[in-house]
Unconditional design. Structure first.
Length: 166
């Protein structure tokens, strides 16, 4: 997979999926936290189903787009690139699952775990925004503004998705 990480287009596509997955997971955990009487096992099932479902949908869409544009199934390098790019859709479940596992051990409530997972994901959006601001060469103030904007927009999108039941 190192070959893909060194390909700027594949790395950019993977980061896009990582950000999308982060926003989607915020909406999933907020939606779960807003549910009445959510239990750890039900939350785990929802989070796993959401991340695996998104990942499979991305693979199907990528494969279909590849078939339409090239006239052939993606295999070999193209298929490995698709898997590399879409992997954050699965990885987005790891943090919430760890927190729910912690809740199942009695360290916190499931609601607290879910809201903490949302907070961690918002902080992740902020960090990526800051990093983007730094990469643009605008200094600390631009980085903080970019981080705040990215976290705010990501949170707003997640809240709309959660409110719509997605």
């Amino acid at each position: 997979m190192r070959e893909h990480a060194e390909d700027p287009k594949a790395a950019a596509a993977q980061l896009k999926e990582r950000l999308y997955a982060t926003i989607t997971m915020i909406s999933v955990v907020i939606g779960l936290a807003g549910s009445e009487h959510v239990e750890a096992l039900g939350a785990v099932a929802t989070i796993v189903t959401a991340s695996v479902g998104l990942w499979l949908a991305a693979l199907v869409a990528d494969q279909q787009a590849h078939r339409v544009t090239s006239g052939a199934f993606a295999t070999g390098r193209e298929l490995r690139t698709m898997l590399f790019v879409s992997s954050p859709l699965l990885l987005s479940a790891v943090g919430p699952l760890i927190l729910i596992g912690t809740a199942a051990l009695g360290a916190m409530t499931v609601d607290t775990a879910l809201l903490t997972a949302a907070g961690v994901n918002v902080a992740t959006l902020f960090a990526w925004g800051c990093y983007g601001g730094i990469r643009m060469g605008g200094g600390t103030l631009l980085a903080l503004v970019a981080g705040a904007i990215d976290a705010g927009i990501g949170t707003a999108v997640a809240l709309v998705k959660a409110g719509a039941g997605h």
